[in-house]
Design a protein around this ligand. Structure first.
Ligand SMILES: Cc1cc2nc3c(=O)[nH]c(=O)nc-3n(C[C@H](O)[C@H](O)[C@H](O)COP(=O)(O)OP(=O)(O)OC[C@H]3O[C@@H](n4cnc5c(N)ncnc54)[C@H](O)[C@@H]3O)c2cc1C
Length: 542
C-alpha cells in the first residue's frame, strides 16, 4: 500500500511558518487563486521551479468563453457536455460557462492582452466547439501572456510571498481530519512545516506519466498523489486526453501543434498524402480529440509510419506567420516551414481529466483542502475535455475557492504529525531510468488504446516498483518519481475498472459505450479502494 507520508518527519521538530492560505503551484490556477485570496489573506505561493515552469506557460490555442453575440451559454454548455460523453457534472459546467466571461474580464483587469481584430476580440474556433469562442494572445502564445500578466501582479502583491524552487512533499492533516498545512522542502533540502487555514493544490497535470507528452518536466501529478496519500477522493483517472497533433520529428520534443491550426482549416494527411479524416468522422479534422488521435494512430499503423502530416499550406504565409508565430518559429528550428511544408505529427499525452474531486467551490472531502486547475476534478470535463476549457476552469473555480476561504473560521488547536517508518537508505539504481521505464509502460498499455491483458501487465509492472516507498526519498526527482508511480497506478486501476469505452478511455476489449452500466464516475480512495459514483451528485450549496 502507498504510505500516508512520503518521508519520515516529526512536525514538532521542523521550523514552522504560519500564514493564512498556502497555494501550491504557480500556473494559471495558482497565480490567479493567490491574487484572489490575497485580497484578504496572507498567502504563501509555492512553486517547485520558477513562475514560468508550468503547463500554463505552454498553452497556445486560447481560453474559451461566451463573448460573441452569436454565441450563448447554452451553446457552450452543450459543446462541453457532448465532449464530456455523459460524465460532466452539469452544475459544474453551468458554473464554468456562466462565470467564464467574467473570469476573462478579470484576467484583462490583471493585465492580460488578448488579440483583437477591428476593435473586437479575435475569436477562433477549435475542435468540437460549435462557435468561435476562443480568445487568444500574441497569436499562439496565450499561456505565456497570461503567466506574464499574473506573475507581474503576484510579484508586486503585498500579501503574497513567492517561494520558487520549493517542493511540496505532503499535506499535513490534523487529528480532527482537517488539512493543517504542507511539508515543504526548501532549495537547500531542509524542510519546513507551513501552516495555514487553507491549502489550495494547483499543481497541474501528470503528462510525464507518458513517454510522449506535450507537458513540461514539472507535470508529475504531485498534487493528486499528495491528496491521495492524505485521504482525498480521486476521481476519473482513467481519462487522459491525448492531443492528436504534437510534432514528431527526430530530436525534437513533442511540441504542440495547436488545435487552432486545424481550426483555421489545416488538414491531416497520411504519409501517402491522402486526407483521411472523412473515413473516421463527419466532423473531419475538428472531431473530438480522442477520435482524431485514434484515427491518426490507425493511419500510422496502416502505413507503417510513426507520424502523419498536418497541412496548412493553403493559407497565405503572412497569415500563418502572424496567427501562429510561436509554432511557425519552433518548426523552423528543425528546418520545417509551415508555409510550404507538411508538418509531421503524432498523438501525445496532453491533459489529465481526472484529479482530486471537489465541490463547486473547489473544496475536497478533506476540510480546508482545495484543488484548482488540472489537479482538480470539478466535473467540468467529464470523460473528455473540450479544448480551451481548462484555462477558463482555473479562473472560474480559483475565484470561488478564494470566496469560500474568505468564510473559513481560523483553525483550532495544535497540530503534530509524525511519520516514522524507519526509512534510512536511498532507492537503488537510477531514478531517471525508472521514470523512463514507467513512461514506456504507460504508453504501451495505458495509452490511446487499452485492454485487460495490457492493463494487468502494466499493473504488475508498476506494483513491482512499490518498494521505492520504503526508501528515504530526498532528491526532487525521487519524490517526483514516487508521485508519478502513484498517479500511474491510479490511472491503470481506474482504466481496468471501467469495462467500456467512453471519451478519452478506449478499451479494445470493450469498444462500446455502455450507459446502462457505466454512466458513472470512478473514484479511488487510499483506504476505501476503488468504487463508482453517480453523475449529477454535485450541487450548488452556497
Ligand atoms: C502545450 C500545451 C498547450 C495547451 N493549450 C491549452 C489551451 O490553448 N487552452 C487551454 O484551456 N488549455 C491548454 N492546455 C492545458 C492547460 O495549459 C493546463 O491544463 C493549465 O494551464 C493547467 O494550469 P494549472 O495552473 O492547473 O497547472 P500548471 O500550469 O501546470 O502549473 C502547475 C504548477 O504547480 C507547480 N508544482 C507542481 N508540483 C509541485 C510541488 N510538488 N511543489 C511545488 N510546486 C509544484 C509547478 O511548478 C507549476 O508552477 C495546454 C497544455 C499544454 C501542455
Amino acid at each position: 500500500m502507498i504510505p500516508r507520508y512520503l518521508v519520515d518527519f516529526d512536525s514538532s521538530s521542523l521550523p514552522l511558518v504560519e500564514t493564512d492560505v498556502i497555494v501550491v503551484g504557480a500556473g494559471i490556477a495558482g497565480l490567479y487563486t493567490a491574487l484572489e485570496a490575497g485580497r484578504n489573506n496572507r498567502v504563501v505561493l509555492i512553486s517547485k521551479k520558477s513562475l514560468f515552469d508550468s503547463n500554463t506557460r505552454y498553452a497556445q490555442g486560447g481560453i474559451a468563453a461566451v463573448i460573441s453575440d452569436e454565441d450563448s451559454f447554452e451553446f457552450h454548455r452543450q459543446d462541453t457536455l457532448i465532449a464530456g460523453a455523459g460524465l460532466c457534472e452539469p452544475e459544474a459546467v453551468d458554473v464554468l460557462v456562466r462565470e467564464g466571461p467574467d473570469g476573462v474580464r478579470s484576467l484583462i483587469r490583471y493585465g492580460t492582452h488578448f488579440d483583437e481584430e477591428d476593435g473586437h476580440f479575435a475569436l477562433t474556433r477549435e475542435g468540437a466547439h460549435s462557435q468561435r469562442r476562443i480568445l487568444h494572445a500574441k497569436g499562439d502564445a496565450t499561456g505565456f501572456e497570461i503567466v506574464r500578466a499574473l506573475a507581474e501582479k503576484v510579484q508586486n502583491h503585498p500579501n503574497v510571498r513567492i517561494w520558487n524552487d520549493h517542493f511540496a512533499i505532503d499535506l499535513i492533516t490534523a487529528a480532527n481530519g482537517e488539512c493543517a498545512g504542507v511539508l515543504v522542502q526548501r532549495p537547500d533540502d531542509s524542510r519546513v512545516f507551513v501552516r495555514g487555514k487553507a491549502v489550495v493544490l494547483c499543481t497541474g497535470g501528470g503528462g510525464q506519466m507518458y513517454r510522449y507528452t506535450t507537458n513540461p518536466e514539472i507535470a508529475t501529478g504531485d498534487g493528486v498523489a499528495m491528496a491521495y496519500r492524505a485521504g482525498a477522493v480521486i476521481r476519473d483517472m482513467e481519462f487522459f486526453q491525448f492531443h492528436p497533433t504534437a510534432l514528431s520529428y527526430p530530436g525534437a520534443p513533442r511540441f504542440l501543434i495547436s488545435e487552432a491550426v486545424r481550426g483555421e482549416g489545416a488538414v491531416l494527411r497520411n504519409i501517402r498524402g491522402e486526407r483521411f479524416m472523412e473515413r473516421y468522422d463527419p466532423r473531419l479534422e475538428l472531431a473530438p480529440r480522442d477520435i482524431v488521435a485514434r484515427a491518426i494512430l490507425s493511419e500510422m499503423e496502416q502505413t507503417g509510419s510513426t507520424y502523419v502530416y498536418i497541412d496548412i499550406t493553403h493559407e497565405s504565409p503572412e497569415f500563418i506567420r502572424q496567427r501562429f508565430p510561436s509554432i511557425y518559429e519552433y518548426c523552423l528550428r528543425y528546418g520545417l516551414d509551415m508555409t510550404t511544408d507538411w508538418i509531421p505529427v503524432a498523438p501525445a499525452a496532453h491533459y489529465m481529466m481526472g484529479g482530486v474531486k471537489t465541490d463547486l467551490y473547489g473544496e475536497t472531502n478533506i476540510p480546508r483542502l482545495f484543488a484548482c486547475g488540472e489537479t482538480s476534478s470539478t466535473g467540468v470535463h467529464g470523460a473528455n475535455r473540450l479544448a480551451s476549457n481548462s484555462l477558463s476552469e482555473a479562473i472560474v473555480f480559483g475565484r470561488r475557492i478564494a470566496e469560500r476561504i474568505g468564510r473559513l473560521p481560523p483553525p483550532s488547536g495544535d497540530v503534530r504529525a509524525v511519520s516514522a517508518e524507519g526509512r534510512h537508505t536511498p532507492p537503488a539504481g537510477k531514478i531517471a531510468e525508472r521514470r523512463l521505464k514507467l513512461q514506456k509502460v504507460m504508453v504501451r498499455y495505458a495509452g490511446l488504446r487499452r485492454d485487460r491483458t495490457g492493463l494487468k501487465k502494466a499493473l504488475d509492472e508498476l506494483n513491482r516498483h512499490l518498494p521505492v516507498f520504503r526508501h528515504q526519498l530526498r532528491k526532487r526527482e525521487e519524490l517526483e518519481y514516487a508521485n508519478l508511480l502513484t498517479c500511474a497506478l491510479l490511472t491503470v486501476q481506474s482504466a481496468l475498472f471501467r469495462e467500456e469505452s467512453r471519451g478519452a478511455h478506449y478499451r479494445t476489449d470493450f469498444p462500446e459505450k455502455d450507459d446502462r452500466r457505466w454512466l458513472k464516475h470512478t473514484i479511488i480512495h487510499r483506504e476505501l479502494g476503488i468504487g463508482e459514483e453517480a453523475v449529477g451528485g454535485v450541487r450548488e450549496t452556497v
